[in-house]
Design a protein. Structure first.
Length: 117
C-alpha cells in the first residue's frame, strides 16, 4: 500500500523579490541535502532528505488573450527512492564479469635473444 505525504515550503501571493529570497533559501537547503517542509497546521517542519542525484524540470507556460494574459513558471525536482537491500541483492545475483588471471613473468635482460646466437 502506498502512502502520500503533502508538505509545503511556502505559498501565496508575494513580491517577486520575496519569491527570489525563498528560492535562495531552498537552493541553500538543496546544497545541504535536506529541505524543511511543513504540512498544513504543523508548527514544526519535517526535514525531507534529498538524494545526490535527481531530475529537475523548469517549465514556463504562457497564455495570451486580448486584454488578459496568464503565465506560469514551474520548478519541479523528482526522484525515486530504491530499496537499498533489494538493490544489493540484485547486484549480488547478477553475473559478475571475471577477468582472466594475470601472470607476471620475470624478465631477465641479460639473456641473449634467439636472433643473437
Amino acid at each position: 500500500m502506498s502512502e502520500t505525504t503533502e508538505l509545503s515550503y511556502g505559498q501565496g501571493k508575494m513580491l517577486t523579490y520575496d519569491a527570489a529570497l525563498i528560492l535562495d533559501a531552498i537552493a541553500a537547503d538543496l546544497r545541504q541535502g535536506s529541505l524543511p517542509l511543513a504540512s498544513a497546521g504543523e508548527a514544526v517542519p519535517a526535514r525531507v532528505t534529498l538524494p545526490a542525484n535527481a531530475k529537475i524540470e523548469i517549465e514556463f507556460k504562457g497564455k495570451v488573450k486580448p486584454g488578459k494574459s496568464k503565465h506560469k513558471l514551474a520548478i519541479e525536482i523528482t526522484w525515486k527512492e530504491k530499496d537499498e537491500a533489494a538493490e544489493e541483492a540484485k547486484a549480488e545475483a547478477a553475473p559478475q564479469a571475471t577477468a582472466s588471471p594475470r601472470i607476471d613473468l620475470p624478465c631477465d635482460t641479460d639473456m641473449p635473444s634467439p636472433d643473437n646466437t
